[in-house]
Design a protein around this ligand. Structure first.
Ligand SMILES: CSCCC(=O)C(=O)COP(=O)(O)O
Ligand SMILES: [Zn+2]
Length: 229
């Protein structure tokens, strides 16, 4: 598609359907902003609908985004089929693409949650927690169904880089090394969380952030995050 046609493809993002991906991205970013997850332009969310990948613009106040600001890329050709004028696509795009291609995700969320950042300072190679009821909201990935209360949740931690795009290779390595993970933490930066659908990605992100916050409090109290059986 010519860049001129890509610019004017408004029908791809303008819809009265509240669960259209372009509308959901804007709604979720407002919700995430209230939780302190995407403040100061950091973080965001991408949604995949079959061949269409919906992406937010880079460096904008994510809570003020409008559907007309959303980029659309073809998953097959990796070319933009909608490019808003005078905006750049999110720098997280290669990382979102890794979740789509390596895990067949339906959506991927990136937050700068302080709980995520703190946990990367308190844990070394991986974040671990077990025997907490909220773990049951998370999937097993390598087997059908969700985790049990007493299962151990393990989230790999990768090192931060100067530019968001440069995280792609280590994120891909972590996804391969930890096939049961539905998230990757980035040291001193935040977290990427994905799921088979937009709703599952949202639930996983909420459950994981709850567990990250709890783990910080447990560490402060000297309580081990993994219970001895
Ligand atoms: C203060 S935000 C720095 C860039 C970043 O980490 C991020 O998640 C935002 O990237 P985007 O290109 O989507 O604005
Ligand atoms: Zn970031």
């Amino acid at each position: 598609m010519s860049s001129c046609a890509a610019r004017s493809n408004d029908a791809l993002v303008l819809s009265s359907d509240p669960i259209h991906p372009a509308n959901l991205i804007c709604e979720f970013c407002r919700l995430f902003y209230q939780n302190g997850w995407v403040t100061g332009t950091g973080g965001g969310i991408s949604i995949r609908d079959d061949d269409k990948i919906y992406l937010a613009p880079s460096g904008v106040q994510k809570e003020r985004m409008l559907p007309e600001n959303i980029f659309v890329m073809s998953f097959k050709t990796q070319e933009y089929i909608r490019k808003p004028l005078s905006l750049k696509p999110s720098a997280c795009t290669p990382l979102f693409m890794a979740a789509y291609s390596k895990r067949n995700a339906g959506a991927c969320i990136h937050t700068h949650s302080q709980n995520a950042v703190m946990c990367t300072l308190l844990f070394d190679e991986v974040f671990e927690i077990s025997s907490i009821e909220q773990i049951k909201a998370l999937p097993r990935i390598t087997r059908p169904g969700n985790m049990w209360y007493s299962d151990k949740l393990v989230i790999p931690i990768i090192e931060n880089t100067e530019r968001e795009e440069e995280l792609e290779s280590s994120l891909r390595v972590a996804i391969e090394k930890y096939p049961s993970a539905t998230a990757v933490l980035v040291r001193r930066h935040g977290i990427y969380v994905w799921g088979e659908t937009t709703w599952k990605a949202k639930i996983y992100n909420e459950a994981i952030d709850y567990l990250l916050e709890l783990a910080i409090k447990m560490k402060q109290m000297g309580i081990p995050t993994v219970k001895k059986v």
